[in-house]
Design a protein around this ligand. Structure first.
Ligand code: SF4
Length: 456
């Protein structure tokens, strides 16, 4: 697919804020009815339904970073004071104990992911203590996957050795862009030597899957600079590459207001950056597995995609779908399949809840049958590129979705009939727009603030 095939008019038409669909309904549509007591009921029910068969996934949010990257939309706290580590670990340990009291069986841990913020802000000794506390008295699932997000500037050999010894085999590094001018304006100075050392150290420690996050659409990025970044990245052969679109949401992310908007690429330039990057990745042995993600063919993510086992949740694409994701730490999100819950978003409120012996839940959402049905359509499209309609949903599909599918089909983004839909090669560039056709919450709602959320 060439840029010429994606004409400017089409690019303009679909260049609108659309959610990433790491959940459905998306976070802006959740409410404050999910009290800690109510959430406990959902958690206990789900845990006992499936712990002994599928196990559970745990996400731990570690929010501290030493400096602020100005593009960042994550929940983070900037500090160079490492004394914060102790108080935060104590709170996570207390929160885990609150959950353990609700479990009448030994938990089976299938997936453990440390995200941030910057998990490698924490010393190796403190991370070890955290992981050992979580794993103590649990059973590790035979198909477990333990992973961490590392910063190339501060992930040490000691971190990697310790993590590997505790069962971690996957690491994701935030690379973003290697161009010095881009790095200066986003305030993320990260020499390529650091990135190179980070992946080499991970491999030497035994890690079998390394992901790099890259971003296109940042200030001062050009086709040439993206080309240089990707050439360097490809030379290191990370197993997975997430090539994200920069989301300019200054009303939510204050630091983005520091950007001079005239330095940002416009919609067509941004698509050119993406197409250049994608062309280079595909030409160098990577496969497009869905929304912004590329993988080498021997990586599990690609195998899961080929076998139809790919799943998507708050951690992005994953090969595991335990059906129960428990989020620990500030702003973390939990998902039990029929309900979501999110913890308080400030460290202050999170500590206050946990130290009073309460779960830190402050909002969430209980899915009804309609939500569950339409979530499946969105998940199918983002993970498999195709979905099949259920008879029971026909009324809603006819009323809302089918007119939109006609438009998408007219632009050759999908092929469809009343049985189901499939993305075309062109449609893969607009996969989120296709998912959005199934987002019943968006019909009659054009508020751009509902399109993006600072989830974690
Ligand atoms: S991008 Fe990562 S390291 Fe930078 S401020 Fe955000 S969470 Fe911290």
């Amino acid at each position: 697919m060439l840029y010429a095939d994606l004409n400017t008019e089409l690019v303009r038409k679909y260049n609108r804020p659309v959610p990433r669909y790491t959940s459905y309904p998306t976070v802006p549509f959740w409410n404050n009815d999910m009290t800690p007591e109510r959430w406990k009921g959902f958690f206990v029910r789900r845990f006992h339904e499936q712990n002994h068969t599928d196990g559970m996934s745990i996400y731990i949010h570690l929010p501290f970073c030493e400096s602020l990257c100005t593009y960042c939309g994550c929940n983070k706290k900037i500090t160079t004071n490492h004394k914060v580590e102790e108080e935060y670990l104590l709170a996570i340990e207390k929160e885990w104990r609150l959950y353990r009291k609700l479990m009448r069986q030994t938990p089976v841990i299938r997936e453990l992911h440390l995200g941030g913020g910057t998990p490698t802000f924490f010393s190796s000794r403190n991370l070890k203590r955290l992981i050992e506390t979580i794993l103590k008295g649990t059973i590790t699932h035979p198909q477990h996957e333990f992973s961490i997000e590392g910063h190339p500037n501060n992930t040490t050999k000691e971190h990697l050795k310790m993590l590997y010894s505790l069962g971690f085999k996957r690491i994701s590094y935030g690379v973003q862009d290697n161009d010095p001018e881009v790095q200066r304006v986003i305030n993320r100075i990260q020499p390529f030597e650091n990135v190179k050392a980070a992946i080499e150290n991970a491999r030497s420690a035994g890690f079998t899957s390394v992901n790099f996050d890259l971003i296109y659409g940042l200030p001062f990025q050009t086709k040439e600079s993206i080309q240089r970044t990707i050439n360097q990245v490809i030379s290191l052969r990370p197993d997975r590459i997430a090539f994200y679109s920069y989301a300019h949401v200054p009303w939510t992310s204050k630091a983005q207001r520091l950007f001079d908007e005239t330095n940002l690429p416009n919609a067509e330039e941004k698509l050119e950056l993406y197409l250049k990057g994608k062309e280079m990745l595909l030409g160098n042995g990577y496969f497009d597995i869905g929304m912004d993600h590329f993988s080498l063919p021997d990586d599990d993510l690609y195998k899961a995609y080929m076998n139809g086992r790919l799943h998507r949740n708050f951690m992005g694409y994953t090969t595991q779908n335990s059906g129960l994701l428990l989020g620990l730490g500030v702003s973390s999100i939990s998902d039990v399949g029929y309900a979501f819950a999110q913890n308080h978003k400030t460290v202050h409120d999170y500590y206050a809840a946990i130290n009073s012996g309460q779960l830190a839940t402050y909002r969430g959402y209980e899915l009804n049958e309609e939500d569950i049905a339409f979530r499946k359509y969105i998940l199918d499209i983002s993970c498999k590129g195709t979905t099949v309609f259920e008879k029971k949903d026909m009324e809603l599909l006819h009323l809302y979705v089918f007119p939109e599918l006609e438009n998408l089909a007219a632009d050759e983004l999908i092929v469809w009939n009343t049985e189901g839909i499939k993305l075309t090669a062109k449609g893969r560039y607009f996969i989120r727009n296709v998912c959005a056709a199934f987002d019943l919450k968006l019909y009659g709602n054009s508020d751009p603030k509902k399109m993006f959320s600072k989830a974690v």
